[in-house]
Design a protein around this ligand. Structure first.
Ligand SMILES: NC(=O)c1ccc[n+]([C@@H]2O[C@H](COP(=O)([O-])OP(=O)(O)OC[C@H]3O[C@@H](n4cnc5c(N)ncnc54)[C@H](O)[C@@H]3O)[C@@H](O)[C@H]2O)c1
Length: 262
C-alpha cells in the first residue's frame, strides 16, 4: 500500500456536477492531492470556473459538457476522459437536482419524472459506462452522492427521496456485482449543505432555524466538509469498504429528519 493513502497523483478522477457546490469542492480536493480531474456537467460557465480554480493552483482539470440523463452524453464523457488523461481510476457521481416541496397527492408528474431522470437514471448511466471501462481494467473506486433523504423519508420531497433511496440501492447492487472485478462502490449521504441548490432554504430564516435544530451540530455543512469522506472512499485507505453509505450530516440521521407539517 502507498505511504500516503490519500495521494491521487497520476490518477484520473471524474466528477459530475463539478460546476458548483459539493462537486466543485470535491474537484478542488482531488486536484490538491495530485489527481487529474475531469468535470462532467451541464453548466459550462461554472465548470470552466472550477477548472480555472484548479489550474490556478497548478492542478490539472478538463471540462466535458455533459447531461447525465443522456446515455450518449455520458458515454462520450467516459470516452473523452480516457482519451484526454489515458484512463479512469475514480468517479464521483454527484450531479443532481431538487424539486419544490409538494405532497404526493398533488405532486407534479413532470417534476417527479425530471428528478428521477437526473438523480436516479443519471447515476445509473454514469455507473454503467464507468463500470464498462473499469471492469476491463480490473480496478476502480466510485462514490455516488445520495442524501440523508436516501436513508429516511422527508415529507413533501417524494421524488427526491425516491431517487436518493434508489441511488443507495444502485450503490449496493453495483458493489456486489463488481467486488470480484476490483471495483468498490460507496455512497455519500450529505445532510444539509450550503450550496446553490439549498440557497433559497438558507435564506428562509424560519426554515433555516428548523433545519439547524434538526442537526445536533446545529448548523448546515460547508461543501468543503464533504471532501474528506469522498477522497477517503476513493482511496486505498478504504480498500475493504464497499456497498456502504456514509452520512455526513451533523448527526441529523440519528435524530430524524424535519417534522412534516403539510
Ligand atoms: N446541498 C445539500 O444540502 C445536499 C444534501 C444532500 C445531497 N445533496 C446532493 O449533492 C449533489 C450536489 O448538489 P449541490 O448541493 O452541490 O448542488 P449544486 O446545485 O451546487 O450542484 C449540482 C450540480 O449538478 C449539475 N447538474 C444538474 N443537472 C445536471 C445534468 N443533467 N447533467 C450534468 N450535471 C447536472 C449542476 O450544474 C451542478 O453543477 C446532488 O446530487 C444533491 O442532490 C445535496
Amino acid at each position: 500500500m502507498a505511504e500516503n493513502l490519500l495521494d491521487f497523483s497520476n490518477k484520473t478522477v471524474l466528477v459530475t456536477g463539478g460546476s458548483s457546490g459539493i462537486g466543485r469542492a470535491v474537484s478542488l480536493g482531488f486536484a490538491r492531492q495530485g489527481a487529474q480531474v475531469v468535470i462532467g456537467d451541464m453548466n459550462e460557465a461554472g465548470s470552466k470556473e472550477t477548472v480555472e480554480m484548479i489550474k490556478k493552483e497548478n492542478g490539472q482539470a478538463h471540462f466535458v459538457k455533459t447531461d447525465v440523463g443522456n446515455s450518449q452524453s455520458v458515454k462520450a464523457l467516459i470516452e473523452e476522459t480516457v482519451r484526454v488523461y489515458g484512463g479512469l481510476d475514480c468517479a464521483f457521481n454527484n450531479a443532481g437536482i431538487l424539486h419544490a416541496p409538494q405532497p404526493i397527492a398533488d405532486f407534479d408528474e413532470a417534476a417527479f419524472d425530471r428528478v428521477l431522470h437526473i438523480d436516479l437514471k443519471g447515476t445509473f448511466l454514469c455507473l454503467k459506462y464507468e463500470l464498462q471501462y473499469m471492469v476491463k481494467k480490473g480496478k476502480g473506486a466510485i462514490v455516488n452522492t445520495a442524501s440523508v433523504a436516501g436513508l429516511l423519508p422527508e415529507g413533501g420531497m417524494a421524488a427526491y427521496v425516491a431517487a436518493k433511496h434508489g441511488v443507495i440501492g444502485l450503490t449496493k447492487t453495483a458493489a456486489i456485482e463488481n467486488a470480484n472485478h476490483g471495483i468498490r462502490v460507496n455512497a455519500l449521504a450529505p445532510g444539509w449543505v450550503r450550496t446553490p441548490m439549498t440557497k433559497a432554504w438558507d435564506e428562509d430564516k424560519q426554515f433555516n432555524a428548523k433545519i439547524k435544530a434538526a442537526a445536533p451540530l446545529h448548523r448546515g455543512a460547508e461543501p468543503e466538509e464533504m471532501v474528506g469522506a469522498v477522497l477517503y472512499l476513493c482511496s486505498d485507505a478504504a480498500s475493504y469498504t464497499t456497498g456502504q453509505t456514509f452520512p455526513i450530516d451533523g448527526a441529523q440521521t440519528i435524530r430524524g429528519l424535519l417534522p412534516y407539517e403539510g
